[in-house]
Design a protein around this ligand. Structure first.
Ligand SMILES: Nc1ncnc2c1ncn2[C@@H]1O[C@H](COP(=O)(O)OP(=O)(O)OP(=O)(O)O)[C@@H](O)[C@H]1O
Ligand SMILES: [Mg+2]
Length: 233
């Protein structure tokens, strides 16, 4: 019964999240078909419909990722992974987003042992933390990424000079669909699934993650993942 209640609440949230972009796309299409407005207005409505469709696709992809992560039957493809190598790949993808906002990306990597994980999951981990840092930092800010080895673990940090998170919101941060009011006002689109995906991945790897933040100053996420056992020599 408890499971039923949780499932129903989850479905309600999903339906709610899907409804907004679908309703927007439908109303744009109706106006476009009716020939409403000048050619310029028509063009703007087309562009906004495309944006909302992109948002819908992101949401569905996040939901698929989360359900795969939670499915006990879907074994992660665990192998030795270099956090640094995956980080470089993710940085090359998100560098342009940072540049566009004139955000300085400051990266410090120590030599670290590999970890045992599914490489695709590690890519999602870095992607979510780094894209959040860029998304929630105003123009001209700084995002600092650090990686170091510590007592048989690898520790990663993503720190920004962004909008921050109030102490009242911190306990709910990793919940599915949770977004702070500040975040909604600052960056309109987002589903609030990114950090729940991050938490799922860190747990799967036997690690832990924490966050410190100060409103209007910035935020720092720190995660620790156990290093792969050294090969017997
Ligand atoms: N670096 C950050 N600075 C400030 N707030 C953040 C930061 N990272 C996450 N948050 C807060 O945590 C919430 C949840 O983050 P999460 O990544 O799960 O969702 P999202 O970015 O809103 O949407 P998406 O699912 O598209 O990633 C955000 O909405 C925001 O309120
Ligand atoms: Mg996010």
């Amino acid at each position: 019964e408890e499971l039923d209640r949780v499932k129903t609440a989850f479905m309600r949230k999903v339906a709610h999240e899907l409804r907004a972009p679908i309703a927007a796309i439908q109303s744009f299409l109706v106006s476009i078909l009716a020939g409403y407005g000048s050619p310029q207005v028509q063009r703007e409505m087309q562009e906004r419909a495309v944006l909302r469709a992109g948002e819908l696709l992101d949401l569905v992809n996040d939901l698929l990722n989360l359900s795969r992560l939670k499915d006990a039957k879907m074994e992660p493809k665990v192998q030795e992974v270099s956090l640094k190598k995956v980080l470089d790949e993710v940085l090359s993808l998100h560098g342009p987003d940072a540049q566009q906002k004139r955000i300085v990306l400051d990266v410090t990597c120590e030599e670290c042992p590999p970890i045992l994980a599914d490489p695709g999951h590690i890519k999602q981990l870095w992607t979510n933390l780094i894209s959040n840092a860029i998304k929630y930092t105003p123009e001209g800010g700084r995002v600092r990424v650090r990686l170091r080895a510590q007592d048989g673990s690898v520790v990663g940090e993503v720190e920004d000079t962004g909008i921050g998170i109030g102490p009242e919101d911190l306990p709910r941060l990793f919940e599915e669909f949770f977004r702070t009011e500040k975040a909604k006002a600052f960056a309109q689109y987002g589903t609030g699934l990114g950090l729940s995906i991050v938490r799922q991945i860190v747990t799967e790897c036997g690690g832990e993650i924490g966050v410190e933040s100060e409103v209007a100053k910035g935020t720092r996420f720190t995660f620790r993942l156990p290093a792969a056992p050294a090969p017997a020599s």
